[in-house]
Design a protein around this ligand. Structure first.
Ligand code: GYE
Length: 332
């Protein structure tokens, strides 16, 4: 008798347990499981891009958009046309839309504290990509992913020091700076200057912004050529300005790469082509392919996981010979 009762109880408990287990999962499981774990919980990222000023930027935008798709992240993208006020507007609209994470590439370094505070108050994590901000309060963003621009400037300066190591003559340098107030313009100038200032034969005789564009690079180089009869070297903070300057140099009847040596930064396709053709002498690489790392960081940040405060991109440099070899396999 007792045996029968306990057997019945056991059977009941088992049945209940099974019912409990299968509650949401049996029969209907695909329906209920589908709605709980499906598309609804996709991470939404608001991304504010600087603009479309250069080949680098175009490659960077493509990398971000493609990687978001691959990572299953819903990307809201806006182009600020090189204007800080447009970026601030975009970030405010992402806050209003309650996105899961905001990423942006700040056009200039200063003036971000207020809007970053607003994102922090709304508990939306922020990731800086490509360019830095000068905010003292580093808790305003989770991490900064991008190149070491000071290092890039130093590499450019070092090439020059090596190239002219056997000469005692003065080397007249003109510099085309990137967008005024931007991290890459500030840092590429500082790194370069630090290296070349060790030898007084190097003289920067003119330095002006070409806003990272080809058109401006050409325009400013034309002015440099008019007011400076002897220019030995051009240091351009990106390939596009260098390419614009090449047009100006050729227009003035001089041979780029020979009469005037040219160093640039980025290593985008058109720059590498000009390097392989002998019109540029040296390029310091700056990788625009930040998308995959950005998406990984975004996933971690949204989950509340710790991420390193600074993620530096790995980069190299190219001589004319190296450009010829690398060109066929270049993705951008
Ligand atoms: O070098 C330039 C672009 O911020 C690293 O911006 C980037 C720079 C890049 O316009 O071509």
């Amino acid at each position: 008798m007792l045996k029968r009762i306990s057997a019945l109880i056991l059977a009941g408990v088992t049945a209940l347990t099974m019912a409990g287990c299968s509650g949401g999962g049996d029969g209907d499981s695909s329906a209920s499981g589908g709605s709980a774990g499906g598309g609804d919980d996709k991470i939404v990222m608001g991304f504010s891009q600087v603009g479309a000023e250069s080949g680098w930027r175009t490659a960077n935008t493509k990398s971000v958009q493609e990687s978001a798709k691959e990572a299953g992240i819903d990307l809201k993208f806006s182009d600020a046309q090189q204007k800080q006020e447009n970026q601030i507007k975009a970030i405010r609209s992402y806050i209003q839309q309650k996105v899961d994470v905001i990423a942006f590439s700040p056009v200039v370094e200063s003036g971000w504290d207020t809007v970053l505070k607003e994102a922090q108050n709304a508990k939306i994590p922020v990731i800086l990509t490509d360019r830095a901000v000068d905010s003292k309060d580093t808790s305003l963003y989770k991490t900064f992913l991008g190149s070491d621009f000071v290092e890039e400037g130093k590499k450019a300066g070092q090439w020059l020091v090596d190239e002219y190591k056997d000469s005692k003559d003065t080397v007249n340098i003109v510099e085309l700076q990137g967008t005024t107030g931007s991290a890459p313009a500030n840092d590429r100038k500082a790194g370069f200057s630090e290296i070349i200032s060790a030898d007084p034969k190097f003289k920067v005789i003119a330095s002006q912004s070409g806003d990272f564009t080809r058109a401006k690079g050409k325009e400013v180089m034309e002015a440099f050529l008019k007011s400076n009869p002897k220019i030995d070297v051009l240091y351009a903070h990106n390939d596009d300005m260098g390419l614009g300057a090449i047009e100006a140099i050729e227009g003035a009847g001089k041979v780029p790469g020979k009469d005037i040596k040219i160093i640039t930064v980025d290593a985008v396709h058109d720059g590498m082509q000009a390097l392989a053709d002998g019109k540029i002498n040296y390029i310091v690489e700056c990788s625009p392919l930040l998308g995959p790392q950005l998406m990984d960081l975004a996933k971690k940040v949204v989950k509340g996981e710790q991420v390193p405060p600074r993620v530096v991109t790995e980069e190299t440099t190219f001589t004319q010979e190296q450009a010829k070899e690398a060109l066929p396999n270049r993705k951008y």
